[in-house]
Each structure stands twice: as C-alpha cells, then as structure tokens.
Design a protein around this ligand. Structure first.
Ligand SMILES: Nc1ncnc2c1ncn2[C@@H]1O[C@H](COP(=O)(O)OP(=O)(O)O)[C@@H](O)[C@H]1O
Ligand SMILES: [Mg+2]
Length: 259
C-alpha cells in the first residue's frame, strides 16, 4: 500500500481549549517520522487525529486520498495500527492472547503461527506463557508493540501504517535499540510506514528520517534531525538549556542538557 497520509489544517478543540491548531502534514510510505515536543504539546492528541480515533473539529485527515472517516473500520484496522501510551488491560490474559488481539481484523487459521512470528521478531518469545498484568512496564510495552505489528502482519511481514506513542518510555537500553532498529529496518524495506512520538531526542536523531516538533498544538519546526535539533530552537520550545554535539559514529546530532 503506497499511499500517503495527508493531514490538512487539522484543529481540535475541547471545552473551549484549542489543543491542536491548524496542523498540516504529509506522511509518506517507507518513512520513519518522529513527533517530538514538550509535555502537553498535543502529541498524543495529534496521533489520535492522524489515526482516526478522534475527529478533528475542523480540517481533514486522509489516507490514500480517502478521508479516515470514510474508511470502513475493519479495512482501516488492517492498514494502520496504534501502540498507545501505557496500555492497561482490564483482564488477565497470557502474553500470546494479548498479541493475538491484534489479529481481530483478520479472519484465517494462521493466527498462532503469525503470533509466533511476531513474538520472534519483537523479542517476546521469552515472555511466552506469562500473564500480561504481571509483566513489568517495559515488558508490557514490548507486548504492545508485538500486538500492533500482529495487526499489520501479512505474508511474513508487517505492512501499512504504524503509529506509536512513546513506545520506548519504559524500555532499557537494549530494548530501545532493538525497537528502533526493528522499525528502521521494516520501514527501509518500504512496507511499513511509521510515525512515532519520542521523548528522547537522541533516539529521534539516530533513527528518524524526519522530525516534527510540536509546541502548544502547532508545528513549530520540521525537517531532517540536523535541521530540527538546533540548540536555540530547543531552548525556545522546551525552555531547557541544551548543547548540541555529534554522535561518535557519524554526522548525527545529539542533544546534551547543559549542567
Ligand atoms: N480530553 C481532554 N480534555 C481536556 N484537555 C485535554 C484533553 N486531552 C488532552 N487535553 C490537554 O491537551 C493538551 C495536550 O495533551 P496531549 O496531546 O496528551 O499532549 P502530549 O502528548 O504532547 O503530552 C494537554 O494540556 C492536555 O491536558
Ligand atoms: Mg502524550
């Protein structure tokens, strides 16, 4: 599916408060786009608008030329998956069942084979048989990633649009690297298209093709990591004093807090 996702002048207001204001953006197939911004900037709200979980107060969001509201629910669920912030479940299911929930939009007999494949690529096999509710926060995040990828799984790989809201917030170093390398390699093959909210600007710098910086519901900067991660801009939008250096492995910028 090589269709673009286009948001055109999206605004979202609730209780007289404007949370997203006149946001336009285009996501292209095969890209890994990072959405960054300070707490309360509207990142999660924008992600909900881009995925059709919220309807904009004004403006439009279209996938493949068709407004998200016009997509039949099941068809849309086969094309885009969302990994939310802090997913708590109201039931105590084993890991495999939680990941298998991702297969709900699909009929077919290969569910357990698919779940096994997804667990393998996401490093969830060691969690097999465990109860989801008893997992650590980071382990739950890994299972939620697997569930989202299972939703998009077709012919041995995930295909379509994947949206993730702070998927690395509880992950240790190994699993942060594993997740971003996995997303990068899947997008590089062109079948998966990723938009991810990241708090860690250095992860965004290392792995994102493009960064979009949100502040008080507006896009205030966008471009390649080297364009967006400028000390003056970050100081202005985050209110933090930072210095920009370079990653030892090459030209990637890295952000350091001034002591
Ligand atoms: N349903 C809601 N009702 C009132 N305010 C909301 C609602 N959802 C979000 N907000 C407010 O909108 C702002 C943006 O929220 P959010 O999108 O969660 O920001 P972020 O993910 O960037 O931290 C915050 O100030 C938040 O309190
Ligand atoms: Mg958020």
């Amino acid at each position: 599916m090589a269709e673009r996702l286009i948001a055109d002048a999206l605004s979202y207001r609730i209780a007289d408060k404007t949370i997203i204001q006149d946001v336009s953006l285009t996501l292209s197939p095969g890209e890994l786009v990072a959405l960054i911004g300070p707490n309360g900037a509207g990142k999660s709200t924008l992600l909900r608008l881009l995925t059709g979980y919220l309807r904009p107060t004004s403006g439009r969001c279209a996938l493949g030329g068709k407004s998200l509201e016009q997509w039949p629910t099941q068809t849309l669920s086969r094309h885009r998956a969302v990994m939310r912030q802090n997913t708590q479940l109201g039931f105590d299911w084993p890991v495999e069942a939680v990941i298998g929930m991702g297969r709900a939009p699909w009929s077919g007999s290969a569910k357990s084979a698919t779940v096994h494949q997804v667990m393998s690529v996401t490093g969830c096999l060691p969690l097999a048989g465990r109860r989801y509710a008893a997992l650590s926060g980071g382990e739950q995040q890994r299972v939620q990633l697997a569930r989202a990828l299972a939703q998009l799984w077709q012919n041995d790989a995930p295909r379509g649009w994947l949206f993730l809201d702070e998927p690395t917030s509880a992950l240790d170093l190994f699993h942060q690297q594993h997740l971003l390398r996995l997303l990068k390699s899947l997008t590089a093959k062109g079948h998966l298209h990723v938009c991810v909210v990241l708090h860690d600007l250095n992860l965004a710098a290392l792995w994102a093709d493009r960064i979009i910086l949100l502040h008080q519901g507006n896009i205030v900067s966008r471009g390649a990591p080297v364009e967006v991660l400028q000390a003056n801009d970050l100081a202005r939008w985050y209110g933090a004093e930072v210095q920009i250096g370079q990653h030892p492995s090459g030209a990637t910028p890295q952000v350091f807090l001034a002591p």
